[in-house]
Design a protein around this ligand. Sequence first.
Ligand SMILES: [Fe+2]
Length: 370
Amino acid sequence: MEVNSYKDDLTATVQELSHAYEELSLLYRVSGMFASLSIDDICSRMLNEAIDSLGVRTAAVLFLDEKENVLHTKISRGTWDDRRVFTSDTKVLWRSIETRRPSAFCRIAETKYRNDIAGVRSLMVCPIQGKAKTIGAIVVADKEGDQEFFSHDTKLLMAISSQAGLSVENALLYNELEGLLVGAIKSLVKALEATSYWTAGHTERVTEYSLAIGQYLDLTGDILEKLKICSLLHDIGKIATPKEILNKDQCLTEEEWIEIRKHPGIGAEILGEMQQFNEVILGIKYHHEHWDGRKSIFGLKREEIPLLARILSVADTFDALTSDRPYRTKRRREDAIEEIRRCSGTQFDPAVVEAFLKWTDGATLQHQAP
Ligand SMILES: [Fe+2]
C-alpha cells in the first residue's frame, strides 16, 4: 500500500517534471524563434507552435482594435473563418481580454457561451499581452481525439502567447519607427530637391531603376528595402554643395568638380548617426566609386565597393545620361544603354550591367520581388 502510494507520488512528480521540461524547452524555442520577425511571421509561428504543442485542430490569433472595440482575426488554421470579427458581445473571448487571464471550455455547448463561437466543441483562449497593453488573444479549439484541456495546456499556451506578445509589440513599435523614419527621409529628399531644379524627379527615377536592377540580381526582402532607402538618399550630401555649382549652366571647373565630388562623403556623414543603417550609409558613400578603381573617390575597386553602391552607380549614371542637365541636353535611351554597356568592367560591375541590360531588354524576371 505504502509502496503503491510512493509510486503514485513518483509518477506524479515525473509527470510534473516532464510538463515543466516541456514548458521550458518550448519557452527556449519560442523566445529565439520570434526575435527579429515580421508581425505576420510571428503570428504564423505562434499558431504552428500552439497546434504542435497542444495537438489542436483549430487555432487563431485575434488582434484587438481599440478604436472599434472589436477583435479581428489576424491569422487562423483549421475551421476558423479568417474574416471573423468579434464585438464585445462575444463574451467567451472578451472575458480573457478584460481579465487578462486564460480560460478553457471542454464542452462549450454545455455552457452559457454556447452561441458565441459556431463550429467548435472545446475552446481555450489566452490573452496576448505586450508590456504596455493587450494586443489580442490566441484561441485554440478541438483537441485531437476530443480530449479535454488540462492546466498544463493552459500553461503552454500562456508561455507561447507571452513570448509572442513581447515580440509583436516590438514589431509594432518597429513599424511605427520605420514610418517615422521614412517620413524623415522624404523630408530630407524634398530639402535636397529644393536646392536645385534639375534634381527634382532624379531621386525617384534612380530609385525605380535601382530596384529594377536589384530584382534582376535576384535581391529580395530586406536588402531590396535597403537599396530603396539608399537610392532615395544617395545624393543627400548635395545639400552642402553650393547652389550656384548645382545649377550652373556651363561646364564645371576643376575646383567645382572637387566640390561636387565631396557629396557622397558628406551624405554618409549626415546619416552617420543612424547605426542601424550602416549598409545604406556605405552604399551612399561609395556610389561614385569605379569598378576598376581608377577614378574612385575613396580608392575602392571591384568587390571592395558595396553591392548597393555598385547598383546605384549604374542607375544614377543611366538617369544622368537620359536627363537634361543645365550644361547639356539628354542622350537618347539607346545611346545611354550603349554607354553603360561600354563602361562595363571599367566604371561599372559587369554583373550589375548584365542585370541592367536584362531589365532594359524587358527580360522575364526569375523571381518576382514581393
Ligand atoms: Fe551622386
